[in-house]
Design a protein around this ligand. Structure first.
Ligand code: AQP
Length: 335
């Protein structure tokens, strides 16, 4: 059975983008794979996080992932900082990856913004840690949103260079699993920017914990243009906001954009937004309610995450120990 690994940062409340681009696919993959799902708190601190908020967001994210349908008993759900193998392998990968490769990463450019000199060194080497997250488990299938594709290509470059430098096919190649529908959900305020949990504007995103009124209000206020909806997907060309709303509707309803437009094409946005709000409320509010129920016992979530970390460590430790041996580090003598 192929091993699946994926992660999500506890850098805010998860959004509809995280759900459609990643978590929903995590749930589907459980039927046929051994899955490891990780709350990547080491990644989160590449940008400043208030410590108590980070702790709380780690629990909230774990609860939301379970509420979406991830089974932490049949599969493994854990937080990254509790498995030191990630950081150990990341250091080796910092020494394998080339600076020129990292300079090409568009996410660093987006996140660092204009003042790159002020960004943390961690943000710069973020893709090396992501490669370590996956390869510490010899995972080969990685469900992510389209925005992470470049990082997975880099992870494969790192795996290949390691294998070449140490003359052994130790690390497998990774296959990104990017579901085409809603692979990239865009901001409700700007259809050219991706929906992000750390966007300063709460109106730009739908959070998994939003109640029905908040969801309906955000969709009603979502930016659109003045034209009615087109009758086919070609008519969405150059209309980023309209394309985004049609994409979200289709992803939630299990319909292609063409099928959505066959129903709503020619209409103004008001009626379509009402239908989209009703659909989003129906899909997301049960997740919000279940998340709240789970968070009523934070001790349960903590125990569950540490239990997952112990099971994850049992897989990663021998793999990372072998990578360290290949590199030339001393091995612990057997007693
Ligand atoms: N807008 C999106 N559309 C589709 N997929 C998305 N993902 C994130 N945003 C969208 C997918 O969610 C997974 C977890 O992402 P992450 O939390 O590790 O980091 P991110 O991609 O940087 O997500 P955010 O929400 O934008 O977080 P912040 O604001 O902290 O940077 C990934 O698989 C990602 O593809």
């Amino acid at each position: 059975m192929q091993r699946v690994f994926s992660g999500i940062q506890p850098s805010g409340i998860p959004t509809l983008g995280n759900y459609l681009g990643a978590i929903r696919n995590w749930v589907a993959l459980q039927a046929e794979h051994d899955c490891l799902y990780c709350v990547v708190d080491l990644h989160a601190i590449t940008t400043w996080q208030e410590p108590e908020t980070l702790r709380q967001q780690t629990r909230e994210l774990a609860a939301a992932i379970i509420a979406c349908g991830v089974d932490p008993e049949r599969h493994i759900l854990f937080h990254q900082s509790a498995v030191p193998a990630h950081a150990r392998l990341a250091w080796i990968f910092n020494c394998v990856a080339r600076i020129g490769w990292l300079n090409r990463m568009t996410q660093f450019k987006d996140k660092a913004g204009k003042d790159r000199e002020a960004a943390s060194a961690g943000l710069y080497v973020y893709p090396n840690l992501m490669a370590a997250d996956i390869l510490a488990y010899h995972a080969t299938r990685v469900p992510v949103g389209d925005d992470q594709k470049q990082h997975l290509e880099l992870a494969n470059d790192i795996a290949q260079k390691f294998n070449h430098d140490y003359a052994t096919p130790f690390f497998p190649l990774i296959e990104p699993l990017i579901m085409p529908e809603a692979a990239r959900v865009m901001s409700l305020r700007d259809g050219t920017k991706k929906m992000s949990k750390s966007d300063p504007s709460d109106q730009s995103r739908i959070n998994l914990g939003d109640d029905a009124d908040a969801i309906a209000g955000k969709i009603r206020k979502a930016r659109t243009d003045a034209e009615p909806l087109p009758s086919d997907p070609e008519g969405l060309e150059g209309r980023a906001e309209a394309r985004n709303l049609v994409g979200i509707y289709g992803a939630l309803a299990g319909m292609t954009p063409a099928a959505v437009l066959a129903e709503y094409g020619g209409q103004g946005f008001a009626g379509f937004k009402d239908a989209l709000a009703a659909l989003t409320v129906a899909k997301l509010t049960p997740i919000g309610a279940e998340t709240k129920r789970l968070l009523a016992d934070p001790g349960y979530i903590d125990r569950l995450l540490f239990d997952g970390a112990a099971r994850a460590g049992a897989i990663a430790n021998p793999i990372v120990a072998e990578a360290e041996r290949l590199v030339g580090f001393l091995q612990r003598p057997s007693v």
